[in-house]
Write a protein that binds this ligand. Structure first.
Ligand SMILES: *Cc1c(COP(=O)(O)O)cnc(C)c1O
Length: 432
């Protein structure tokens, strides 16, 4: 009796595709999604009682693993004090202060409930603050599912984008210019053509929604210079990378390479909520004070700054701020990535990988790709064989080749060793 199969069939009767977010349906890799019954540390158990080493961690938030005692305690205490008030609480202030202390480009923050909401609000704020309508985004970057962001490139740089989803009016997509990631020439041309109309450029500094692709330092430096010169805001979408690649987030990495570097606005989510629905956007006081109730840009939320979610986020931030936390996490992630690379090499399988902090990506390609087109050249069939081979051996990676992976502080050397051994067995079948 396969309980996953039974639950999936029941789910499909009442929930479109059986899931509440598309990638969970395993459409890219085929097979039956695993319904999670419970989780602890680095593992979860599915509806059949099968155990998996979890490299998704709720797509990033579970940086401490599942059920960390300090976080669990904070959440239980907060729940006893009340689920939601629709009135301010001290923990919102503490969380805002904690975020600002870690990410200096954010002088003020507004808390919301999802990354989608945060990115959508940041764009409205950028448009309100600049009085301009046009925005730049990059192919392969995901910023949630707001209408203006579900857009693909038009026929050339003089034309704006087309919707990638039904239900998005072309008029909405018309204000979005979609460029190739890491392509300096296109960037220059876009600003030369549209500079005075641009409200913002939004970017994932390490694109985790095309697996793992870094924006090169010269590319990021040029994004910064062009935005400043043309009066557009540089918006960092750090929903995935924020407090995941390091305490200073991805912007901290670029600031090390480019003196004085900082984005104008930052969008956060995932880790700052520790697994609860919580996200944020923030930036300089002068821009943030354009928001209601102080300024003309409207933004609101019934559950924003939710007391249980903020307790979860605060307890998570407290743990990851301990001395040595990120050094240990980075070393663990590095040992996974190096182990996988060695296993692939031993079996003669083309492989490349990268990681930062507790985030990693790998490709069945000899070299790391630099943009979405190159990521999509990966052989999907081989990836699917790898995915299912690992799954059968109790290792759960993202069910699509364009998704990043996540290591938590709960992953042990034994978990890594089991994973690498499983991968080597699967690589052998791929090479054959
Ligand atoms: C996950 C993600 C989002 C969307 O966040 P949700 O909470 O799923 O709405 C936005 N941007 C990036 C970079 C993400 O990884």
């Amino acid at each position: 009796m396969d309980r996953n199969q039974q639950l999936f069939e029941r789910a499909r009767q009442r929930i479109p595709g059986g899931v509440n977010s598309p990638v969970r349906a395993f459409r890219a890799v085929g097979g039956t999604p695993r319904f999670v019954a419970r989780a602890e540390g680095a593992w979860f158990w599915d509806a059949n009682g099968q155990r998996y080493i979890d490299y998704i961690g709720s797509w990033g938030p579970m940086i401490l693993g599942h059920g960390h005692p300090a976080v669990l305690e904070a959440v239980q205490q907060a729940a006893r004090d009340g689920f939601s008030f629709g009135a301010p609480t001290e923990r919102e202030v503490q969380l805002a202060e904690a975020i600002v202390a870690l990410v200096p480009s954010m002088e003020m923050v507004r808390l919301v409930s999802s990354g989608t909401e945060a990115a959508m609000s940041a764009i409205r704020l950028a448009r309100g603050a600049t009085g301009r309508a046009k925005i730049i985004k990059f192919e392969g970057c995901y910023h949630g599912h707001a209408d203006a962001l579900l857009v693909k490139a038009g026929s050339g740089l003089a034309t704006f984008g087309h919707p990638t989803s039904a239900g998005v009016p072309p008029e909405v997509a018309q204000h979005t210019l979609v460029l190739e990631y890491n392509n300096l020439e296109q960037l220059e041309e876009a600003f030369a053509l549209h500079g005075p109309q641009l409200a913002c450029l939004m970017i994932e500094p390490i694109a985790g929604n095309m697996n793992f692709v870094r924006a090169s330092v010269p590319f990021m430096q040029r994004c910064r210079e062009l935005c400043s010169r043309h009066g557009a805001l540089l918006v960092f979408d750090e929903v995935m990378t924020g407090l995941r690649v390091g305490l200073g987030s991805a912007q901290g990495l670029y600031a090390r390479a480019i003196p004085g570097f900082r984005p104008d606005l930052t969008v956060m989510g995932k880790v700052i909520g520790g697994g609860m629905p919580l996200a944020a956007f923030g930036g300089p006081r002068a821009v943030m004070e354009q928001l209601a109730p102080l300024g003309p840009v409207y933004q609101a939320g019934t559950l924003s700054g939710n007391p249980v979610a903020t307790a979860c986020g605060l307890a998570t931030l407290q743990e990851i701020s301990q001395p040595g936390f990120f050094e240990a996490l980075s070393a663990r992630t590095r040992s996974l990535v190096d182990g996988l690379a060695a296993a692939a090499r031993a079996e003669g399988v083309a492989f490349s990988a990268d990681c930062e902090g507790g985030m990693f990506g790998f490709f069945l390609l000899p070299q790391l790709p630099q943009n979405y087109g190159a990521v999509m050249k990966t052989d999907g069939t081989r990836f699917n064989r790898l995915f299912h081979g690992l799954l059968e051996r109790g290792v759960y990676i993202a069910p699509a080749l364009y998704e990043a992976g996540f290591v938590s502080s709960a992953h042990s050397e034994d978990d890594i060793a089991l994973t690498v051994a499983a991968a080597r067995e699967v690589f052998r079948t791929l090479a054959a």
